[in-house]
Write a protein that binds this ligand. Structure first.
Ligand SMILES: Nc1ncnc2c1ncn2[C@@H]1O[C@H](COP(=O)(O)OP(=O)(O)O)[C@@H](O)[C@H]1O
Ligand SMILES: [Mg+2]
Length: 469
């Protein structure tokens, strides 16, 4: 039974009770008003009829005295109806009329009076209510002129019982309905509470059920679920980053520390110390770079960094980046070749897109050298528009990446066995992929036969839309 008080405390229930009270009051006022007017009208009509009756009899009396009055009353009493008459002598003895008996109250009354009389209806007689005027005439005679008002009383009774039943039923249905609706709502809210408790207990995958009624509670549940999705995504991202830090940054840090310790223990000269310190600085720089890249990826994937969106020309961006890498390519005996679309305006983050492209060109220079060739094939960078997408592709003629490894290398810290001898942290492709996804695009690795062809696709229209908002 502890369920009921909880139910009474719900907003829905309170609202339905308030609604009910307001409605019942309005209904009662309306009924009272109608009753008041109707009964007033009936009373006035009744009064009019009695007055007319009296008027008529008074004329007869004036014209023909007691005899004429008695005759008229006797005549009128013959016609069936609601009118009541009685003429008596000074002792109260019946002379004429359809009222058979006279009570002391009636006998002594002056003016208008309400009274109960007996009407014979075949064998049985019934008590009925009447309204009459009592007149004392010359010679002690009395004239009673009235009307049966039992009908009016019946009307009042009907109205009263209608009001009582109506209000009673309304209250019952209103309360019942309120309880039902509140219970339904309470059950759904309890479900939300239960789910949130499960989630708080640590199960982030739990979701609030949506009934499909598409009402405000469903909309609330949907937003809460969307929020939970986002939180779960952020938590997963956070967990991945901390895992990455634990596994992939601890090893180089330990290595760095051990080397410094070894150098100290060896007690060698200043020149050696200097050498070790320089290498330490170099490695610390690499660590910082890796750390920054890792943080960037995490932020990009969580969507917590707002891309500094601006209108940029991809053609210009690509040629600028290529220009930057030309010296490095030459140093490695490679050549960069561009095939660019004239204009490719999108809204995006110039810095991030430049970084992504740099990573691809850097990889092509590092890993994309064809084996056993005197003259290396050029690395081709092209920019195309296909449908409503721009495609930036970096293609080399090196060993490429096997189909089964193509998905894996996009993950953080993944470096293929063959590339371990080259400097790098395995974050370049992950960052490029995160940048592409942030711009609503994607990254694809394909076979360049031979070599690797990495394609970044960026939506042309979608990005422009994003710029407007
Ligand atoms: N152009 C390429 N040709 C062959 N292998 C590549 C190429 N680009 C990337 N890879 C492979 O993918 C791995 C991941 O690349 P990346 O994420 O940029 O890390 P990093 O360059 O630091 O090793 C590289 O270690 C390499 O094994
Ligand atoms: Mg790289």
């Amino acid at each position: 039974m502890s369920f009921l008080p909880k139910l009474f405390r719900t907003t829905t229930f309170r609202l339905s009770v308030l609604n009910l009270v307001l409605f019942a009051t309005a209904a009662a006022v309306a009924i009272a008003y109608i009753y008041w007017n109707t009964s007033g009208l009936i009373a006035r009509q009744l009064d009019g009829v009695i007055q007319a009756e009296i008027q008529g009899l008074a004329e007869q009396y004036r014209a023909g005295g007691m005899a004429r009055l008695t005759k008229t009353v006797a005549e009128r009493s013959q016609t069936p109806g609601e009118s009541l008459y009685l003429v008596t002598d000074r002792n109260g003895r019946y002379i004429a009329g359809n009222l058979t008996s006279i009570t002391p109250g009636l006998w002594n009354a002056v003016g208008q009076i309400e009274f109960v009389y007996q009407r014979r209806n075949g064998a049985e007689s019934q008590n009925r209510l009447a309204l009459a005027n009592v007149f004392r005439l010359r010679g002690g005679y009395r004239l009673i002129v009235g009307r049966d008002i039992e009908e009016r009383r019946a009307f009042e009774r009907v109205i009263l019982s209608a009001v009582l039943w109506g209000l009673g039923l309304m209250g019952l249905i209103g309360l019942g309905g309120g309880l039902l609706v509140s219970r339904n709502l309470l059950a759904r809210i309890d479900k939300v509470t239960a789910t949130s408790q499960t989630i708080m207990a640590g199960d982030l995958s739990e979701r609030i059920s949506v009934t499909g009624a598409d009402d405000e509670l469903d909309r609330l549940s949907e937003s809460l679920n969307a929020m939970l999705d986002r939180i779960e995504q952020l938590m997963t991202g956070l967990r991945e980053v901390s895992d990455n830090i634990a596994h992939d940054l601890k090893t180089p840090l330990n290595r760095l520390r051990n080397r410094v310790e070894d150098a100290l223990r060896a007690k060698s000269g200043a020149a050696d110390y200097r050498d070790v310190l320089e290498r330490t600085i170099e490695e610390a720089d690499d660590l910082i770079k890796t750390f920054n890249a890792l943080l960037s990826i995490a932020r990009l994937e969580a969507g917590t960094t707002e891309a500094a969106r601006g209108q940029i020309d991809l053609a210009e961006l690509v040629s600028d980046t290529v220009e930057l890498y030309e010296p490095l390519a030459e140093e490695s005996g490679m050549k960069l070749e561009t095939r660019l679309l004239q204009k490719a305006h999108i809204s995006g983050d110039r810095q991030l897109l430049g970084q992504a492209l740099s990573n691809l060109i850097d990889n092509a220079i590092k890993y994309g050298r064809g084996q056993g060739k005197a003259q290396a094939d050029p690395i081709v960078i092209d920019l195309k528009k296909r449908g409503d997408q721009f495609e930036i592709a970096v293609a080399d003629r090196g060993p490429g990446i096997e189909t089964r490894d193509r998905k894996r290398v996009l993950e953080r810290f993944v470096r293929l066995e063959t590339s371990r001898s080259r400097p790098g942290s395995g974050l370049g492709l992950s960052l490029a992929a995160a940048v592409a996804r942030l711009h609503g695009g994607d990254i694809k690795l394909a076979n360049n036969k031979p070599g690797l062809r990495v394609v970044i696709t960026l939506p042309a229209s979608g990005a422009a839309d994003a710029a407007e908002t």
